[in-house]
Each structure stands twice: as structure tokens, then as C-alpha cells.
Design a protein around this ligand. Structure first.
Ligand SMILES: Cc1ncc(C[n+]2csc(CCOP(=O)(O)OP(=O)(O)O)c2C)c(N)n1
Ligand SMILES: [Mg+2]
Length: 602
């Protein structure tokens, strides 16, 4: 199926348009508070600052353009603050490193909150600069500056950022920006927020600030495990006949990937991975148990219940997983490598339950695996019985499903290096083996639908120089909530393939209504009401084309699907953003999670 590009000039413009270089001489030296902030931001090394503009940071905006020259960092214009943070989140998922984001006073921050929560739950670094005021009421313009001002704006996000501040002077702001970047990028990582008084931003500097060496304010923090705990963990793992490793929040580092494989083979351990977080281990390795999934599956539950020793590498929801698999406290000894406890607070319950742990290694998974390998010393891999095979899903004839999409997408991608930056709730982990740390970047973290397009754009921004085809597969509800994030990708020439598994419904919630209806003996047939996005059906390809992307579909048959995906991959290779609208039936199946839910809580 050919692309239906209504504006044939769009592609040419994409190739030719410059990316926003300012005219005229740049300011030679910092002269205003916001110049100091901009210089500090540059010193942190963030390459981009994603933003939707707002008068509360007009001082900073001017400094980025007319003092820094819109370079290092460069502005990444976004159509919604939620996209700005989601893009930074997606970039961090691919690189482990933060982007900056500027957020207009209270209202821009309000827009951004869901994406901030997603990044927080996903433990991903984002350096966010907010704005308020002028804090000095005597400086406020009538009306608008007053509604731009809140007493404690950081309180809006304090419970789901790692650190926040509202510095009162340029010197304090410089320190705050450096501290923010350090906190964001130091394990356990997370979003941080620095709120900049508009008065401070716009005030002239009385005198230049004394120079500092910014690198000295970002010390590398060592996260090696404690020697005694490491010894106990090694002893437990080597003594166990059937150790099991739950690989959770690990890095995207290739060497760390290889080390995890070596460790699993050396111990003869089974390995479980999860679709909540990025790829951690080859999912078609004989020691990988079952297929990765968002929820606990039966074969994984069995392996957990049978294990003698479990090593958790910062597994998300260790307590819930163990309890559901073992129907109570596990008989296995549990070694847990995690720094996550440092972030737990009393507001958000994203810390999950308190797991039973016999040896806690307060260390990153990467450092833990390296230390365990060193402690084990040279030796042969232990023979491990091959775990359950998980053949690719069968593809029945008739209407398309997400499994058909996965299979056709795999064929269209062929041997190209590809990163799945986002997957829909309906994805079957058996449909696509992950063989490297960038093969899959994990989910949205906080369950906030609408993140998919922005996460895709951010990952594609990170991966565009590396010859990796970035693909975001989104549900239609997810796509529609975040669709205008794509304009940023088109504008900044960020190639990206978005495939929408379009069941014209918030289907996940149809399944919930079905459960409630069954439990209450009420008509299941009404589950679609308030869920289906039909009458009119939304033309997703047109939404793509309206933003300068290439739109394909609606696709309803297997030949059309193969054709559209091949054309879309070719378009992305030419530098385009392409969206393929695939009409599927069914959708997310929370029924898969039955093993994960305590009785009566389905
Ligand atoms: C911001 C937000 N609103 C509502 C929800 C509740 N919710 C969870 S899944 C879902 C449906 C998502 O629809 P879609 O992306 O089309 O996936 P499908 O379930 O249809 O496969 C909704 C509305 C949510 N998680 N986040
Ligand atoms: Mg849907």
C-alpha cells in the first residue's frame, strides 16, 4: 500500500529546513540571572531542552537562544508539556542519561505531571526546570503574573521527583542546576525539578559569578556491593541446585548484558525477564523461563515456587511477584540487589510491597553482576536443563490481532537493527525475541496511557545516529492521547516508525467491565459502552499526515499489513516519521494476569 501523502512538498521541506539557528551576534557574557542558569545547564552536558514555551521562563528562553545560540542544549519544541517530559523519558530509557525540560509555571507543570509520574516510577532521569512568579509581588504584572505564581509550586510534584528546589539567586540557581543533574543521573535515577523565580531570571547580574569547575559538582558515586553481603550471596547462589535470577531494572549497557549472560550460565540459573522494563537477557536463551510478560505467567510462577535461591536484580515488585507465585512467603532464600529503597516515600505506593529478603545488596544490578562474577572466579558454565520453550504465537486466519502485527513487523524489519521503544498492553512477549539491551526499552513506568508516542520520539532522538530503526507500537488509546508528540519528530528530522494496534477501544477497560458484570451477574454485552471509539472512527493516518508524517492505513488484511509495513520501514529509512494504522480485534488481556492476582482480586 502506498503512502497517501497529501502534501507532496512535505518531504522536500523536511530535507531542507534549517533547525532554528538564531540570527545576529550572541551575548558575549552572562548579564542576567537566566544566563547563569543557561550556562549551568550547558555545563551539565544535556544536549537538548524539550519545552512548550511560556512567559514564566521567557528570561531563560532568551538566554537559551541569544546567549547560548540554541546549542548545547538545543531547544526541542513540543506541542504539550506531557510530550516534552515523555520525550526526555524515552531518551533516558535508551541512553540512561537525562535531557532537560522547561515547564511553564503552574499550568505547564500541571500538564506534565502524568509524564513525570511515569518517569519517576520507571526510575529514569529527567532534569526539569520550572518557573514561577516573580516571587516578589511588587514586581508582578497585573493578573497574569499572579496566576503564574504559586506559593510552593514544587509541592505539585515533590512526591514523585527525586529532588526539587526553588533557588533565590543566580548563584543558588547555578548550584541547584548542577545538583539537579547530579541527582537525576546518580543511581537510583529519577526526575528532578528546579523552579526558577521569573524575577531572578530577568534581573541583571550585579557582578559576574566566580568561576567554578562544574565537573567537580557531579562526582561519580560508587555502588559496589558490600563485601560481607556479597560473600553470603555468592555462597547461597553456588550452593543452590536451581537458582533463579529475576532480571529487573538493569542498564542498556552491552557489556553488562554480556555479564548477565555469563553469570546465568556460570550458575546454571533460570532467568526471568519482564515487559515492564527494558530487555535484560536473551529471551530465546535456553535458560530464559517462559516469555517476558507484564504480569506473572504460570510457568514463571512455577519456577519461582520451585527455586531454592532467587537473585533479584532490582526486580519491579519483588514482594508481589513472590507472594503471587508462592501463594505466601517463598521457601527460596532471596538475594535482592537494589538501591530502590533510597527513593521510597509515604505518598506514592509505587515502591510496592515489602519483600522477604535474606541478603540485601545495596548496589546496582550492573555492579552486582560484575562483583558476583569476580567472586565466583574462573570456572565452567554449569549445565542447566533447558527451560520451557515458548514458541511464537499461532496466527489464525480472519481478523488481524496484535500477534499478526508483531509477526508482520518482524518480517518487515528483517535483519535491520531495531529497537522497540514502546509496546501495547496486548503484546505477547513470545512474539519477538530480544537479543540485546536496546531491543526493547520497557513500558511507561507509571501506567500513564498516552506516553507511547513521546517515548518513541525520545528513544528515536537518542538512537537516530546509531543506525537503529526505532519502532513504537501503541494501542489506539495510547496513540490518540499522545499523537501530537509526533510533530516534534517530524520537525527535528527524527526518523520513527509508529504502528498502532487499533481496536477502536480502550479495550483493557472493556475487559474490566466484563469482569465486574460477571461478578455482579449483569449483562456482559454492555461492556463496550463508554469504551469504544467508533462513530466516527478516527483516521489515524490522517492525524499523522496532518503533522508532516507519512500515514498508512487503515490496514485490515494480512497482505495489506505486509505491504504497509514494508513501505513504512522504507519511509523511515529515508528519514521520515511513519504511522501505520492497523485495525485489530481483541486487545490487552489482563486475564493473563490471573496468576498474579490474589484470589478475589482480579
Ligand atoms: C492517563 C490514563 N487514563 C486512563 C487509563 C486507564 N487505562 C488503562 S489501559 C487503558 C486502555 C488503553 O487503550 P489502548 O491504548 O487502545 O489499548 P487497548 O487496551 O485497547 O489494547 C486505559 C484507558 C490509564 N492507564 N492512563
Ligand atoms: Mg485500543
Amino acid at each position: 500500500m502506498a503512502a497517501r501523502t497529501k502534501d507532496p512538498g512535505a518531504r522536500t521541506r523536511r530535507a531542507a529546513a534549517p533547525i532554528e539557528r538564531p540570527d545576529g551576534p550572541l551575548a558575549g557574557a552572562p548579564a542576567f540571572g537566566s544566563d547563569v542558569v543557561a550556562a549551568a545547564l550547558r555545563a551539565t552536558g544535556v544536549p537538548w531542552i524539550a519545552l512548550t514555551p511560556g512567559a514564566s521562563f521567557r528570561g531563560l528562553h532568551d538566554s537559551l537562544v541569544n546567549f547560548l545560540g540554541n546549542r548545547e542544549p538545543q531547544i526541542l519544541l513540543c506541542l504539550h508539556e506531557e510530550h516534552a517530559v515523555a520525550i526526555a523519558h524515552g531518551y533516558a530509557k535508551a541512553t540512561g542519561a537525562p535531557l532537560a525540560v522547561a515547564l511553564h509555571s503552574n499550568v505547564g507543570l500541571f500538564h506534565a505531571t502524568m509524564a513525570i509520574f511515569n518517569a519517576w516510577c520507571d526510575r529514569m532521569p529527567v532534569v526539569m526546570l520550572g518557573a514561577t512568579g516573580p516571587v516578589d509581588a511588587a514586581q508582578r504584572r497585573p493578573w497574569i503574573d499572579w496566576i503564574h505564581t504559586a506559593r510552593d509550586q514544587g509541592a505539585i510534584v515533590r512526591s514523585y521527583v527525586k529532588w526539587d528546589d526553588q533557588p533565590a539567586s543566580p548563584a543558588a540557581a547555578r548550584e541547584a542546576v548542577l545538583r539537579a543533574a547530579w541527582h537525576a543521573g546518580t543511581e537510583p535515577k529519577g526526575p528532578v525539578y528546579v523552579n526558577l523565580d521569573a524575577g531572578m531570571q530577568e534581573a541583571r547580574l550585579d557582578a559576574p559569578l566566580p568561576a567554578i569547575d562544574a565537573t567537580r559538582y557531579a562526582p561519580v558515586v560508587s555502588h559496589a556491593p558490600d563485601g560481607g553481603a556479597l560473600q553470603r550471596a555468592t555462597a547461597l547462589l553456588t550452593a543452590a541446585a536451581r537458582p533463579l535470577i529475576l532480571m529487573g531494572r538493569v542498564s542498556r549497557d552491552e557489556r553488562a548484558w554480556d555479564e548477565r549472560v555469563r553469570l546465568a550460565e556460570r550458575l546454571g540459573a533460570g532467568v526471568v525477564t519482564d515487559l515492564k522494563v527494558g530487555a535484560a537477557f536473551p529471551t530465546d536463551h535456553p535458560q530464559h523461563v517462559g516469555a517476558p510478560s507484564l504480569m506473572l505467567t504460570g510457568d514463571v510462577a512455577q519456577a519461582i515456587a520451585a527455586a531454592e535461591v532467587i537473585l533479584s536484580l532490582d526486580w519491579v515488585d519483588l514482594a508481589g511477584t513472590l507472594a503471587a507465585a508462592c501463594r505466601g512467603e517463598p521457601r527460596a532464600r532471596v538475594v535482592h540487589a537494589s538501591l530502590d529503597h533510597v527513593l521510597h516515600n509515604g505518598w506514592s505506593m509505587d515502591h510496592q510491597g515489602l519483600p522477604p529478603v535474606d541478603v540485601h545488596l545495596a548496589a546496582t544490578p550492573d555492579a552486582t553482576v560484575g562483583a558476583l562474577l569476580a567472586a565466583l572466579g574462573p570456572g565452567k558454565p554449569r549445565h542447566a536443563a533447558p527451560r520451557h520453550d515458548h514458541p511464537r504465537p499461532a496466527l489464525p486466519g480472519g481478523a488481524l490481532t496484535t500477534d499478526h502485527v508483531a509477526s508482520a513487523l518482524k518480517d518487515a524489519v528483517g535483519p535491520r537493527r531495531c529497537s522497540l521503544a514502546h509496546l501495547p498492553l496486548s503484546w505477547n512477549g513470545a512474539s519477538w525475541p530480544f537479543r540485546g539491551p536496546l531491543d526493547f526499552l520497557g513500558s511507561d513506568g507509571g501506567g500513564g496511557i498516552g506516553a507511547g508516542p513521546g517515548l518513541g520520539v525520545g528513544a528515536a532522538l537518542a538512537l537516530r545516529e546509531r543506525g537503529i530503526l526505532t519502532v513504537a507500537v501503541c494501542g489506539d488509546g495510547d496513540f490518540l492521547m499522545g499523537a501530537t508528540a509526533l510533530w516534534t519528530a517530524v520537525h527535528y528530522r527524527i526518523p520513527l516508525l509508529v504502528v498502532v494496534t487499533n481496536n477502536r477501544s480502550f479495550y483493557n477497560d472493556e475487559v474490566h467491565q466484563e469482569r465486574v458484570a460477571k461478578a455482579r451477574h449483569r449483562p456482559v454485552a454492555n461492556k463496550w459502552i463508554g469504551q469504544r471509539m467508533a462513530d466516527p472512527e478516527i483516521d489515524l493516518a490522517a492525524l499523522a499526515r496532518a503533522q508532516g508524517a507519512e500515514g498508512f492505513g487503515p490496514v485490515v488484511s494480512r497482505p495489506e499489513l505486509a505491504d504497509a509495513l514494508a513501505s513504512a520501514v522504507a519511509a523511515v529509512e529515508r528519514g521520515a516519521v511513519a504511522v501505520v494504522d492497523v485495525r485489530v480485534t481483541g486487545g490487552s488481556t489482563p486475564a493473563n494476569s490471573a496468576a498474579a492476582a490474589p484470589a478475589g482480586k482480579r
